[in-house]
Design a protein around this ligand. Sequence first.
Ligand SMILES: *[C@@H]1O[C@H](CO)[C@@H](O)[C@H](O)[C@H]1NC(C)=O
Ligand SMILES: *[C@@H]1O[C@H](CO)[C@@H](O)[C@H](O)[C@H]1NC(C)=O
Length: 514
Amino acid sequence: MSQMNPSSQRPSIGLSSHRNSITWFFILILLIYSLYSSKLILNKDDNPNCSLTSSSDISDKQKLEQVVLTIPPPSTTTTNSSQEEPTENAVVADPSHDNRDELQLNDIIFGIAASSKLWEKRKEYIKLWWRPGETRGVVWLDKPVVSTRDEGLPDIRISGNTSDFKYTNRQGKRSALRISRVVSETLRLGMKDVKWFVMGDDDTVFIVENVVRVLSKYDHNQYYYVGSSSESHIQNLFFSYSMAYGGGGFAISYPLAKELEKMQDRCIQRYPGLYGSDDRIQACMAELGVPLTKEIGFHQYDVYGNLLGLLGAHPVTPLVSLHHLDVVDPIFPGMKRVEGLRRLFESVEQDSASIIQQSICYDTKRYWSISVSWGYVVQIIRGVISPRELQTPARTFLNWYRRADYTAYAFNTRPVSKHPCQKPFLFYLKSVKYDEKRRQIIGVYSRYKESYPYCRWKSDSPEKLDSIVVLKKPDSSRWKRSPRRDCCRVLPSRKESVLYLWVGNCRQGEISEL
Ligand SMILES: *[C@@H]1O[C@H](CO)[C@@H](O)[C@H](O)[C@H]1NC(C)=O
Ligand SMILES: *[C@@H]1O[C@H](CO)[C@@H](O)[C@H](O)[C@H]1NC(C)=O
């Protein structure tokens, strides 16, 4: 019976051990206290700061070293240029900012959806932005193609067989199934150290540094689906405003891609009636409950005609992608499509963060309004046009149904001016180079020769100008600051035929006014 009544014994055992442990506890405290106080006294004699040594102290030290390392070496020239240095280092040297965790280009895997039929032509677009040895990713094709090793293109893979999946949409193509599965198939390749998957078509051109800049705003350990809608309001009504358009490209964080991969094939079977690959992705995202995070630097470009209006007044956000470049006019008139893009990429190489960023200023003597789309085009218009208007894209393009319709777009646009004096004079980028001595980029833009209607205004005509020289310091950390348009200033010039402009961070109190 006594054995069967353990409860009567348990408290007594507990009490006696309790008493013992209380005694030991006091002895231990005494010991620790005496040890600690003696050590403190010793340390005080040695070094007053040592008692603070901890892991946080070490990381602070490392941060300090980083700060020291990022401070630029003193200028070797005798000119006093400290005032004019780019503000880049101000942000980098912020000790609360830890560079080691910053997103790098090789943390991103690109999955490019391509077709064997168009490969010969489309691969030229990929070559524009792909950086062998730097960018990581694969092209997914339906069938093998002839390829040479040293073309500077990503590895080619053949997509899995999708003939067992249902597809019932009358307008679309079955290839949508294959393309939609690019995310999952890329994940299954099991590449190491991946933070993001970025999807694009074979006619999507990425500015890869800006992909990094935009994605580094988000925690890749969380679930993110990042992209943008179409320019076409009707397309967005038809598909969805909360869908990332595939041609513009979109990004999926690694953990979200893992969740998607587990369910995508089941999910796809539930939506046989959908049209494309991107609406299938969105349907699965809706099942996962992950909304679209909109980044308006991704461009589907569901338009026809001339992109000038859009590229001349880009929103104040990094340019991430361009799409449908086969559909729209070549971006540099008179040049082949790929050739023109290659010229744009010469500016990208100099300052990717600032590519096609707009700045607005006025020539006070000649009453000209000047709008710079850095690295691409400068527009001069006679008279004063407010920044409010100039920052709104002019409808130089047609909608997705090839009509000029001002209600067609998912953002504000303005009409192309019909006033005979206010047709813009266009100066397209001719050449760009970096001036090591002055540490600035020199861009030369030459006038595009068109015919102009007769203008009765007595003011100077921009026709007198042959070229515009734009000076700018590289500004790779501009997007770490709050978004703001650059300022531009008209510089003095000795030649009648050349206009010199400066583009860069606005001074305190500097605004775009005449
Ligand atoms: C540089 O500028 C500082 C203050 O702006 C001035 O005190 C200094 O004399 C200048 N040095 C030279 C070499 O011009
Ligand atoms: C795909 O699978 C179907 C049957 O599941 C088969 O008939 C077809 O030949 C396969 N296609 C390819 C390209 O392997």
